[in-house]
Design a protein. Structure first.
Length: 60
């Protein structure tokens, strides 16, 4: 495997993770839009949980 291949493989994994996070956020937004319109604080808490799980601590 060449250096370019390693970077591409790492990029593919990162892209897959981003796609999963985006799909989870979209699912949550749809759920709250159609079923729980008056529970905005719960939606925000769950969004923060998703984002916190998907990002490294300290923003690094």
């Amino acid at each position: 495997m060449q250096d370019g291949d390693a970077a591409e493989t790492q990029s593919d994994g990162s892209e897959e993770l981003e796609n999963r996070v985006i799909a989870e956020i979209v699912e949550l937004q749809r759920e709250f839009y159609f079923e729980n319109r008056n529970k905005d604080s719960e939606r925000r808490r769950r969004l923060r949980d998703i984002i916190d799980r998907a990002t490294p601590l300290g923003g690094d």
